[in-house]
Write a protein that binds this ligand. Structure first.
Ligand code: CAO
Length: 437
């Protein structure tokens, strides 16, 4: 038996170069010239070939080590290789993979897929985690490995077209192109580039299920909400308005207008107040232009109201709120919510809003984070008012507090302005006389 030390050859000007990959394992039969390790300096990556054929007895370096000329890489039993090849004629691991590693790789055992997350189809991501074993065994030049690493491509999944199954840079590019062009098999539709798609799940494996198609409105709103959620950097500012006095006024007004069949809702006051706040903080009454370079400042005041219908959420718009009195607003709001629930809204009834209000106060809840209804830049969420003890400087007094949740587009509105807007809105609602000013 003859054991030799395989050393780093003369690698030019490099005196201390990092080992980034070990390409063989103890027990591997290797050929002369087979790549053993990959070194990477600031300037280049290089594979170091074996000086002889044999069986690897021990590896003397590890990933992260710094090596130079004559550093020992491994111990090689040079007789064992010849003996095993000639005597037993067992196929040894080919020094250079003749197929792509993906083809050579045994099928992944089912146990590798978590039992509770059966993924029947999902788009493989080019940036999926790289399998270090198959990446290191893939037959590719250092520059191609570097290129693949930068793109996050697992070389083990790339089909090679080069000589003797070598993976070329074009193969990596082709792989990325293919991944990007594959339709996303995502529950619920579109996926975000670079984000792992949602798995497709067979729920019937855990019990009986039935399929209910989404309504047309569900599908449309789902698309818009997803688009807005993904495109807009959202912040939600919470506040509470003391509406004790406003509620007393509302009850009086309702008694007064009872004979005319008019019922003032808290929402009508909020619509009026929000327009006064838009006038004070005009940036909330703007939209980003399509290039994202300019703000389109609006000189009109149209407010969208989210209406819950059996078929889903719709947001009709009340136009020119600043030119309308409370009675007109109350009548119009009643009409549009009836129209919405009777499916009589036209597309134009839902366009041109400056800001939207989503009121869940009639249902319950303390706070929520509504999604901005682009191209608007803010949306006000209103939750259920509650009597709370409020400190007036001397004592706690029972006050009716209305929770407000203002979500806004942080590209257009700064946090300080978000807080100013809700503070001002709360002042307006606390003293409705300010709405006249
Ligand atoms: N606090 C306490 N009570 C409230 C309240 C609040 N903030 N807002 C409404 N209420 C009360 C009302 O006074 C009314 O009580 P009475 O019948 O005793 O007078 C009751 O709750 C029902 O009000 P309402 O919700 O029907 O009426 P509204 O004017 O407040 O709202 C509308 C109208 C169209 C906004 C509402 O019906 C609706 O559809 N809300 C849901 C909106 C939605 O789905 N948003 C989610 C979008 S985010 O995904």
């Amino acid at each position: 038996m003859s054991t030799i030390e395989v050393k780093v050859p003369d690698i030019g000007d490099f005196s201390s170069v990092e080992v980034i990959e070990i390409l063989v394992a103890v027990g591997d039969s290797i050929n002369a010239d087979q790549s053993l390790i990959t070194l990477e300096s600031d300037k280049a990556a290089m594979e170091i070939p074996s000086s002889a054929a044999g069986v690897v007895k021990a590896i003397k370096v590890k990933v992260g080590d710094k090596v130079a000329k004559d550093s020992v890489i491994l111990l090689l039993d040079t007789t064992a290789a010849q003996t095993s090849a000639s005597a037993s004629e067992k196929p040894v691991t080919p020094p250079v993979p003749q197929k792509t590693v993906a083809e050579a790789k045994p099928a992944a055992p089912a146990a590798q897929i978590p039992a509770l997350q059966p993924v029947t189809q999902s788009r493989p991501s080019p940036t999926a985690n790289i399998d270090p074993v198959f990446f290191s065994q893939a037959h590719a030049s250092p520059s191609v490995r570097k290129f693949a690493r930068e793109l996050g491509v697992d070389l083990g999944k790339v089909t090679a077209t080069g000589n003797k199954g070598r993976i070329l840079q074009e193969d990596v590019q082709q792989f990325v192109k293919k991944m990007l062009s594959q339709p996303a098999a995502v529950a619920g539709g579109a996926s975000v580039l670079g984000v792992e798609p949602m798995p497709v799940i067979d729920f019937s494996q855990w019990g009986s299920v039935e399929i209910k198609p989404l309504t047309k409105i569900n599908k449309l709103t789902g698309k818009f909400l997803h688009r807005n959620w993904v495109n807009i950097p959202h912040i939600t500012q919470f506040d509470e308005a003391d509406i004790t006095d406003l509620e007393a006024f509302r009850v009086d007004a309702n008694n007064e207008y009872k004979d005319r069949g008019i019922k003032f809702t808290m929402l009508a006051f909020i619509v009026k107040a929000i327009v006064t706040a838009l006038k004070k903080y005009p940036r909330f009454n703007s939209s980003l232009d399509s290039g994202g370079e300019n703000l389109v400042m609006k000189n009109y005041y149209h407010v969208g109201i989210a209406v819950d219908t059996p078929d889903g959420l719709v947001v009709p718009v009340i136009r020119d709120v600043d030119k309308k009195g409370l009675v007109d607003l109350v009548i119009e709001m009643k009409e549009i919510s009836l129209k919405a629930r009777d499916k009589k809204l036209k597309p134009s009834d839902m366009q041109g809003g400056c800001i939207s209000i989503s009121s869940l106060g009639g249902i319950g809840g303390t706070k929520f984070t509504p999604i901005v209804n682009a191209p608007e830049v803010a949306i006000l969420g209103v939750s259920r008012a509650e009597i709370k003890p409020v400190w007036n400087g001397k004592e706690f007094t029972p006050r009716l507090m209305l929770p407000l949740s203002l979500s806004y587009d942080h590209r257009v509105i700064d946090g300080a302005d978000g807080a100013r807007f809700t503070t001002y809105l709360s002042h307006l609602l606390a003293d409705a006389r300010r709405l006249l000013m």
